[in-house]
Design a protein around this ligand. Structure first.
Ligand code: SF4
Length: 224
């Protein structure tokens, strides 16, 4: 009997860790008394957006113009995740619409897909002042919503664009140069890190490596 109880506690701990990873950090008493909530209770991206609301969970809300939630196919097999919105994204409320965004569009097209067929988002949804790097408390506040978007879309592959995206998703501080070129697992979803398009604009000689990563993605999702 004692063994059964310890097993049950262990299962419960594992389940709570799973929910935490999806950004669910509290349960109502009715959810505890009856059936445990299923992670899929958030069924649509619209529901995630509604829950985010006019978010003021971190200090970036003070300087942003718009929340850049993410856009694209809600059933995409492939999600691209960047770092955070820049000036153009903040103005337009859409991810990857500046020069780096135009390059990302070309990268997507290079594997015979369009922006509408994939989903595009960022680790944080509000532009940091002067495009500075996101700070740990900002990532911590925003990350649960990205995880909910991922759990709704359930893609086959996440392409992590740049250091912050790759390090946050893979929970590591390894540099992108060491991370790229390999395939990682995030709860059954393959994660492929590659260079951020903004980095490619400054270092065009690295495009060949991104092309190699795109070929790997195309192979995994069966795109010609
Ligand atoms: S960055 Fe994310 S957590 Fe911070 S205010 Fe914007 S939406 Fe909210």
């Amino acid at each position: 009997m004692e063994k059964n109880i310890s097993e049950m506690i262990s299962d419960l701990k594992t389940y709570l860790e799973y929910l935490k990873g999806l950004g669910i950090v509290s349960l109502s008493s009715s959810e505890i008394e009856h059936d445990p909530p299923r992670p899929s209770r958030i069924l649509t991206l619209a529901e995630v957006r509604k829950e985010l609301g006019d978010c003021k969970r971190c200090k970036l809300h003070r300087t942003r113009r718009t929340i850049v939630f993410g856009e694209g196919n809600g059933k995409a097999a492939l999600i691209f995740i960047g770092e955070g919105p820049g000036y153009d994204e903040d103005v337009q409320g859409r991810p990857f619409v500046g020069k780096a965004g135009q390059l990302l569009t070309k990268i997507i097209q290079s594997i015979n897909l369009s922006r509408e067929e994939v989903y595009i988002a960022n680790i944080i949804k509000c532009r940091p002042p002067q495009n500075r790097n996101p700070e740990p408390d900002e990532i911590q506040s925003c990350h649960p919503f990205l995880m909910k978007q991922i759990s709704v879309i359930r893609p086959k592959i996440i392409c992590a664009l740049g250091t912050f995206s790759a390090q946050t998703l893979l929970k590591t501080d390894t540099k992108i140069t060491a991370l790229r070129g390999k395939v990682y697992d995030l709860d059954g979803i393959k994660v492929i890190p590659t260079y951020h398009p903004a980095f490619l604009l400054r270092n065009p000689e690295r495009k060949r490596e991104v092309w190699e990563d795109m070929k790997k993605i195309a192979e995994l999702i069966g795109s010609p």
